[in-house]
Design a protein around this ligand. Structure first.
Ligand code: PRP
Length: 204
């Protein structure tokens, strides 16, 4: 039995479709249920940012999660495979009519991704005041809460519709298949076989 942590939403949906292709069966969660058991799999539906915790503590053997979340959490997990789904970019956003003031003694950065933001600006030797938010990040520069934001850009519509633009791209992200290190040893055959099947399926 393999336990798989999936991030609620489109990535979970697309991952289950990959499983459906491989095993030629339906893998569908009932209504509001958070656990789906079928054949040799148990799927858990969790918040995107919580996937690393479930896999790290071995409540799940493997999981699917964005590279952005992996970089932000920086946990001791195995990155097995880029699934090529859930593509997005982590960007610095700023008001359309302004640009980053590199000479400012400190800039205010609103973000969900405090570690990525911190690392990025410290490489540029810029002092930052990180304002940790949990959503609607694009609002912060509009009301003077921050000078810039560090956030996910997928289609770019949220930034555009709120009068912001991408000032810099920090990283490209997509969803990765990850594994707990002990599970990878204990269930090596199961995980390797699934890895190969997923790899062959997403190539097509
Ligand atoms: C994410 C992200 C942006 C938006 C980007 O937010 O934080 O706000 O999606 O997508 P776009 O480039 O396609 O417009 P999410 O929908 O996860 O909501 P949140 O603000 O509550 O985190």
């Amino acid at each position: 039995m393999l336990t798989v942590a999936l991030p609620k939403g489109r990535i979970a949906q697309e991952t289950l479709e990959i499983f459906e292709k491989i095993f030629q069966k339906d893998f569908k969660f009932d209504d509001r249920k958070l656990i789906l058991e079928k054949d040799n799999f148990r799927f858990l539906l969790v918040r995107n940012q919580d996937v690393p915790a479930y896999v790290l503590h071995q409540s799940a053997d493997i999981g699917v999660v964005g590279l952005d979340v992996l970089e932000e959490k920086d946990e001791d997990l195995l990155r097995l495979l880029d699934l090529g789904i859930g593509k997005c970019k982590v960007c610095v956003g700023i008001k359309e009519d302004s640009c980053i003031d590199y000479s400012a003694p400190e800039i205010k950065v609103a973000t969900k991704m405090a570690n990525i933001a911190e690392r990025y600006f410290s490489k540029k030797a810029m002092a930052v005041d990180i304002i940790k938010l949990y959503g609607s990040i694009e609002l912060a520069p509009l009301v003077g809460l921050s000078d810039v934001i560090v956030d996910i850009v997928e289609t770019g519509s949220t930034m555009k519709q709120n009068g912001l633009k991408v000032a810099e791209i920090i990283m490209e992200s997509s969803a990765y298949l990850i594994s707990n290190k002990n599970s990878f040893i204990e269930k090596k055959e199961e995980i390797t076989s699934l890895y190969n099947q997923i790899k062959n399926t997403i190539k097509k």
